[in-house]
Design a protein around this ligand. Structure first.
Ligand code: CO
Length: 132
């Protein structure tokens, strides 16, 4: 198990890159709009993990509402697991609340979010990479 990414909600991606890329010196390996999720994302790998800067494409989606309510900052922490079904079952057996059933991205990555109330104020995401 290791941290796969830490997602940070930002209002202005170019401005955020002036800090993370230019001042911190983290390399940006990609930047793209993902209309299905309503965000533009910049990917900044740091070892095994990466920082993902998220900018909402609309003010009324979940990232937009997060910015409105909480301001810029850490939106979620994502942990890579071997078996997402087992991890989700274990969480539920231990009383944690999942935000939805396990879902799947176009590339086959399966994911689910854990309610921040169960994780001491942090929105946690679980990831399982597709088996090759
Ligand atoms: Co994520």
């Amino acid at each position: 198990m290791h941290i796969h990414h830490i997602a940070i909600a930002v209002k202005d991606l170019d401005k955020a890159l002036e800090f993370y890329r230019d001042a911190m010196g983290v390399e940006v390996v990609g930047r793209r709009e993902v209309p299905a999720e309503g965000v533009e994302i910049a990917f900044l790998p740091m070892g095994e993990a990466e920082i993902e800067l998220l900018r909402p494409l609309h003010p009324d989606n979940s990232i937009g509402r997060f910015l409105e309510k909480r301001g810029e900052g850490i939106h979620h922490v994502c942990v890579l697991v071997e078996d997402i079904e087992a991890a989700a079952a274990r969480l539920e057996e231990n009383g944690a609340r999942l935000l939805s059933d396990i879902k799947q991205h176009a590339d086959g990555t399966r994911y689910v979010f854990i309610h921040p109330k169960s994780a001491y104020g942090v929105l946690m995401e679980l990831y399982q990479k597709p088996r090759l």
